[in-house]
Design a protein. Sequence first.
Length: 573
Amino acid sequence: MLFSDVAVLFDRIEKKSGRLEMTDILSSLFKRTDHTEIGKLVYIIQGILVPPYEGIDLGMGERFAMQAIASSAGYGFGEVEKNYKKSGDLGDSAETLLTKKKQTALSTTQMSVAYVYDSMIKIAKSSGTGSQDQKIKILTELLNNSSPLEARYIVRFVIGSLRLGVGDPTIIDALSFAASGDKSLREPLERAYNVCADLGFVAGFYDKPDRIAAFEVEPFRPLMPALAERENTPEAIVERLGECDIEMKYDGFRLQCHKSGDKVELYSRKLEKMTHMFPDLVAEIRKLKAETIIFEGEALAYDQKKKRYFSFQQTMHRRRKHDIEEASAELPLKLFVFDVLYLDGKDLTNEKYSKRRVKLEKLFHDDILMPSRSSRVSTSLELEKIFQESIKEGLEGIIAKDLNAPYTAGKRKFAWIKLKKSYGKAVDTVDGIIVGYYLGQGARAQFEFGGVLLAIYNSDSGRLETVAKVASGFSEEEMVELRAALEKIKTKEPPANLDFKIEVDFWVEPKYVVEAAFDEITESPNHTCGMHDGKGYALRFPRISRMREDKGIKEITTTDEVEKIFRMQGHPR
Ligand code: ATP
């Protein structure tokens, strides 16, 4: 597949906002793409080089990309900079400047998708002395062989802002259509993706339904984490689950731990490799009797003497302030293990939770890797009692587990139901992503910051929808910091996958996730979250309660969850 053909289709996708049209364009593209290239193409569409857990980064900032554009287009750096200031999009500038190419154009070689992708990998892998020059050289060569349109997308990809507005659900639909002409393969493809968190890898088998259906969990290929639904009362939980296990909800750092022999890797909730951050836990995991195992737990510091838990934020703060080794000695981490997903060659994700728990309790009984505290209950009174205990101990609530449920990778299901102390009270929270910001007025003008526009994620459509304009909750210091961080990711256009009705002073790349507290969910014509009859859902009296560095765009609150909170406030369906 020629990259020039892909660039033409990207341009068409950019001009269409309808999901059906995008699916159509992509499925015809996939049908024409060779099996050896389809995975690479899917990564490019996702705007990534490899799945996040492989931790390979292009490491190419805007300034280096500008140098490559300058040398390829035959302009000075200053001229590229000037054009970029005017256009606000470096990809557009590359396109314009290459169109006007001053030098007599050398004959260009046609590039395949694989060639472009492999060159990007080379850029990512050049390291050490002279690596920046090497990166610029490879990009310059790519641009020398590019048409202006190809250059637009190559440059946007390299600086991490492809902005096609195509979400994973659309890619999955398009793969299904390419293989079967309809959406019938969507579910198995989605399951395979949830089991290995690598859509490029799954795409390599998209038209082999038997292989897709047989996807299994494997060590060192992290799965998408299972997520919890919420209920407001113990009664509602018991009504739904009947007899169930109630576990403490630890406010720690969720870790997915993989071990095979002596090799151990730890992954965060965003599935980034975190092994280096937890040497103390790695040493303990290595000692486990199991030869190969995947399990999950919450890591948090616990002061044995004072019987006090430290939240994730407090734990990370301590670890950043002190050297990791030093902090480990001073404030030992514990890992409260709450699920086992794979054991000695066997995928356990389809086994009932109660069976997985029995295995878990046999495997973990030490003082550092310990089972999450769990009790079996069958009445709401028993549940309430444990809930109150959790609050007394400074924890944030409980998670109820359905005894018969499999592990629901990547899905928010009633297999786990959380009950937190904030539910049903005047204050609840959502995790939203900042998509734009406002300049200050009055007293705030000196900080030139007047708040942010927050969006949540519609997991059906793969689009972002706005839910609140948030102007409070920041201290002055935080305001200055956040403003500076947002300034660096300003964009001229709104995020390509954002549905919005209100404007901002500046749009930004959707990068920072914040937790916003609010009093209730209301309906508003200004917000697009769960749009129905011309109204969307909006947060009433929203304020930022904290940054959620542990969450990325795929982990934010979804439209379904906001709608659920709205219903829980007593609004009929
Ligand atoms: P919250 O912001 O309420 O923690 P979340 O969006 O981070 O929620 P949810 O899926 O809603 O994540 O809630 C489940 C989270 O609770 C898990 O991601 C996990 O990190 C944490 N957790 C703490 N204790 C447990 C436990 N015993 N079993 C399962 N998850 C637990």
